[in-house]
Structure formats: C-alpha cells, structure tokens
Design a binder for this molecule. Structure first.
Ligand SMILES: Cc1cc2nc3c(=O)[nH]c(=O)nc-3n(C[C@H](O)[C@H](O)[C@H](O)COP(=O)(O)OP(=O)(O)OC[C@H]3O[C@@H](n4cnc5c(N)ncnc54)[C@H](O)[C@@H]3O)c2cc1C
Length: 360
C-alpha cells in the first residue's frame, strides 16, 4: 500500500512525487515509457511559474541539460508585411528528454520509487483506497494507494478512468527537425502567422546544429512555410531528419465553465492530464509544475484534516483557472483585431504573448 501513486514522469509528475516523498509519504511514480523518454515540445522553460518552481524545487538547471543557445533572448512574432514584433524574455532551452530526466532523477534522490515501462490502465477508488491497474512488461498488477495523482499527459488514462463520458477534442501538433540553420536569429523563438489570423500558425527555433518547424498548422501551411522560409535560406527540397507529433487536449472551455473539474475524491489530475496548458502559447511546463505542487500539498492537507483531497485541490486550483480564463479571452480579441489588418493583428499578438509569458 503506497500513500501516493503518481502516474506519469513529466515535469508535473516529478515535482508532485518529489514533494510527496519529501513530506514523508511512501510515493511510487509509474512512467509508461523507458527512461529517459522524449516529449514533443519546444523545450522552452517559459514564464515565472516554470522558471521559479524549477529553481526552488530542483535547483539551477545544469548546463549539460540545456541545448545551444542555452537561453533564448525571447520571441519574435512574424505577420507578413509587418516588421517582426520582439518580446524580450530570457528563456532556458532544452531537449525535454534531458530536462525531464534530470527532474525525475532528482525526485528519485529524494525518495520517490520509480518504475519505468509501467503503464497505468485503469484507476478506481472505493472506501478509503485507490487502485491502479498497471502493466509492466507482460505482468499486470493491481496496486493500492491512498491517493493517485494523474500526471499522465494529454491522453491521460487517469482522466479517462475518472471521466469516461468527458468528450475531449485534441489538436495534433507536429515537429519536423532539419539539419543546419536558417538566416533567422537563433536565440529567438519565431512565431509565424502567414494567414493574417491567430491560427493557423507555425513556430521555428534553432537547437544545437538543427532547426525545428512545429505546430498544429504545419500540414495546412506547407506552401506558406516553404515560401516564407525560403527568404531565410530554407531549401524546399531538404528533407526533415526526423518528424514526430502528439496530441493537445482542448479543455479550456470545459475548465472555465466548470463542466470539467479535474479531481474526484482522492484522485487529482495535474498538468496536461487536467488540460491546464496556457491558452495563446500553449506552454504547459509551468502549469504542470504549479498544479503538481498544489496536488502534493492538497494530499498533505487531506491527511492532516481527514477530508478528501479533491475539494482542497480544486479550491487551490482557482487562481490557475482564473488565469486561463483571462488568457482564453485573448482568442476572441485576436480574431477581432485580425479583421482590421496585419499591423493591428501583430500588435495584439504581441500584447497577448507578452501577457501569457509574464504570468506569475
Ligand atoms: C509542439 C509542442 C511544443 C510545446 N512547447 C512548449 C514549451 O516550449 N514550453 C512549455 O512550457 N510547454 C510547451 N508545450 C507543452 C508541454 O510540452 C506540456 O504542457 C508539458 O509537457 C506538460 O507536462 P505534464 O507533466 O503534464 O505531462 P507530460 O510532460 O506529457 O508527461 C506525461 C508523462 O506521462 C506518461 N504517461 C502517459 N500515459 C501514461 C500511463 N497510462 N501510465 C504511465 N505513464 C503515462 C508519458 O509517457 C509522459 O512521460 C509544448 C507542447 C507541444 C505539443
């Protein structure tokens, strides 16, 4: 019998498990993939939540975890025919494989038991105990714990167990990685809006000796990407050295309206499993970390106060939901500004991205 089982070894899972173990709780973390595992992500540690929590909980990010140029100077917004808008904002840059492995190893040093290659299939709760059915290799086991923290990302099995009727729509971002460099500032993340609308968009950034084109719109924008990037030296005949993709759950409306509350009894969802990515940038490392801390602290309070963790956690989550509501409202404003022309859209995008990136 564990005190806490954390499902998922991303940033949210690592920080939640670490904090539970530090509080003296017997904590097991299950990670579906073999570690170290990669994650489709730009790898920017964006905004004060991500940066401050990593510093406080894990310490300074080791240099070997970062990838060249180590720190971005900020973001650039490109709307055709309008000079690029620059948002200065120092941002650590990493491959998620390295960042997440460092965090999970730090959690292990603090007493978290970690099983990798261990996939949670189903989670239940009955009088005073949770059960997690998981499969590792060919072995299926049923584990027991007092609490479960679902940190298992966008297609969360814990969320599906708790809310089997919840209908989730997903966007499908893709990444393409190319050898070499383009004639664009390497220390900036570049956001392109070729259709004079907030969406579809694509992103471009350099990492080490390669560059990545990414976003949910890259299939739809293929011609625009070739045309725009040719200006910066992109050879349309070049082939990506690798490609991948993933899902992003679109749960903002359900969270804002309260149609979806990401916890029940002693099972709490955090990070992408709870749909807590920020609107606009769709950054989610900071919200995964922040909600991971809130979940771990709600477990500690639940044990002390003898009441279910969900009520405590959902209350603590309110400031995050308030922020999501505020940032979500930008989507409508951006669509309105887009109808006024490229310059207005570009200005509004800068304001929206600035507000998202500075969220504390
Ligand atoms: C293209 C793209 C770019 C992005 N860029 C950024 C960025 O630059 N900065 C930023 O802040 N955010 C970015 N994000 C968002 C960010 O990647 C996520 O919000 C963040 O990883 C969420 O962390 P998490 O801990 O909730 O989940 P994850 O990091 O997704 O971790 C979940 C873990 O759970 C494991 N798992 C899944 N199912 C199971 C199961 N059944 N049993 C056991 N384990 C399981 C997975 O293998 C995974 O390791 C980006 C997302 C995309 C798609």
């Amino acid at each position: 019998m564990y005190d806490v089982i954390v499902v998922g070894g991303g940033p949210g899972g690592s920080v939640a498990a670490k904090r539970c173990a530090q509080g003296g709780l017997k904590t097991l973390l299950l990670e579906r993939k073999k570690l170290p595992r990669d994650k489709v992500c730009s790898g920017m540690v964006m905004g004060p939540w991500a940066q401050d929590i990593i510093q406080q909980e894990f310490g300074p990010i080791p240099r070997e975890v970062l990838v060249d140029p180590h720190y971005l100077s900020g973001h650039m917004i490109h709307v055709p025919g309008v000079p690029p808008q620059v948002i200065a904002c120092k941002t650590p840059l990493a491959w998620r494989k390295n960042l997440d492995f460092w965090m999970i190893q730090t959690a292990q040093q603090d007493g978290v038991e970690i099983w990798d290659g261990a996939k949670a299939m189903q989670v239940n709760q009955k009088a005073g105990a949770c059960t997690v059915t998981m499969i590792q290799g060919k072995t299926t086991q049923e584990l027991e714990s007092k609490f479960v923290i679902g940190a298992d990302g966008s297609a969360s099995a814990v969320r599906k167990s708790l809310f089997p009727l919840l209908k989730v729509q997903y966007s499908v971002p893709m990444r393409e990685c190319y050898d070499g460099a383009l004639d664009l500032e390497k220390d900036y993340f570049h956001w392109f809006f070729p259709k004079y609308r907030p969406r579809p968009r694509f992103g471009l950034n350099h990492k080490g000796d390669c560059f990545l084109i990414e976003g949910s719109g890259i299939k739809e924008l293929r011609n625009e990407i070739i045309q725009i990037l040719a200006e910066y030296g992109f050879n349309p005949k070049s082939k990506a050295i690798w490609k991948d993709g993933c899902l992003i759950p679109r749960l903002h409306e359900a969270l804002i309206t309260g149609a979806f509350s990401p916890a029940q009894g002693n099972i709490l969802l955090i990070g992408d499993a709870a749909g807590l990515l920020f609107p606009i940038t769709f950054e989610g490392i900071g919200t995964a970390l922040k909600s991971g801390i809130l979940a771990a602290d709600s477990v500690a309070r639940s044990l002390k106060e003898g009441r279910a963790a969900a009520g405590i956690y959902l209350r603590e989550l309110k400031p995050i939901l308030k922020t999501i509501r505020r940032l979500h409202a930008w989507n409508k404003k951006l669509e309105q500004e887009a109808t006024k022309g490229g310059a207005e859209l570009s200005k509004a995008l800068k304001a929206a991205y600035r507000e998202t990136l500075k969220v504390a």
